[in-house]
Design a protein around this ligand. Structure first.
Ligand SMILES: CC(C)(COP(=O)(O)OP(=O)(O)OC[C@H]1O[C@@H](n2cnc3c(N)ncnc32)[C@H](O)[C@@H]1OP(=O)(O)O)[C@@H](O)C(=O)NCCC(=O)NCCS
Length: 132
């Protein structure tokens, strides 16, 4: 997972979520609130986890989240997710967030990344082994 601001680099992982940054999601500076972005990243990691865990799962840790550039209202926000480690019941998922403003140009830039740890859980809420 790179934290560089290399505009020429491409997203790593599969596109898990694409949405639009809305005015209701802004902070006091008028830019998008970091907590909203983390929530989108968590959802993206959760979607990838569902494909593998085939059942209930929960976020157990969010590590090393970096906000690299501000996000403006109206940006298209794309979250890419990739499994970097598979344990007995846990998955480590690297998430990258890239933005574009499709109404003005076609360039994309990376604005955030982080590592999300999910655990497959059973009906009792305890960890269960990941399926083969
Ligand atoms: C997820 C939960 C069931 C795990 O319970 P636990 O007693 O910590 O389970 P374990 O210690 O057996 O760990 C289970 C797995 O998670 C991993 N894990 C636990 N805490 C971790 C952490 N902070 N960072 C990375 N991995 C972690 C363990 O290494 C283990 O991995 P493995 O099975 O692949 O080897 C429990 O912590 C929980 O319910 N947390 C709340 C989850 C939640 O509600 N999330 C939503 C946000 S509020």
């Amino acid at each position: 997972m790179s934290t560089t601001k290399d505009i020429a680099a491409k997203p790593v992982g599969e596109l898990a979520i694409q949405t639009l940054a809305m005015p209701r999601d802004t902070n006091a500076n008028g830019d998008i609130f970091g907590g909203w972005l983390v929530s989108q990243m968590d959802l993206a990691a959760g979607i990838l986890t569902k494909k593998v865990a085939k059942g209930r799962s929960a976020t157990v840790a969010i590590k090393n989240v970096n906000f690299l550039q501000p996000v403006s209202v109206g940006s298209t926000v794309s979250c890419y997710a990739q499994i970097t480690h598979r344990g007995r019941s846990s998955l480590h998922i690297a998430v990258e967030v890239w933005i574009s403003n499709l109404s003005t140009d076609n360039t994309i830039k990376k604005v955030a990344d982080g590592l999300f740890v999910f655990v497959a859980i059973g009906d009792d809420g305890n960890p269960r082994p990941l399926p083969d």
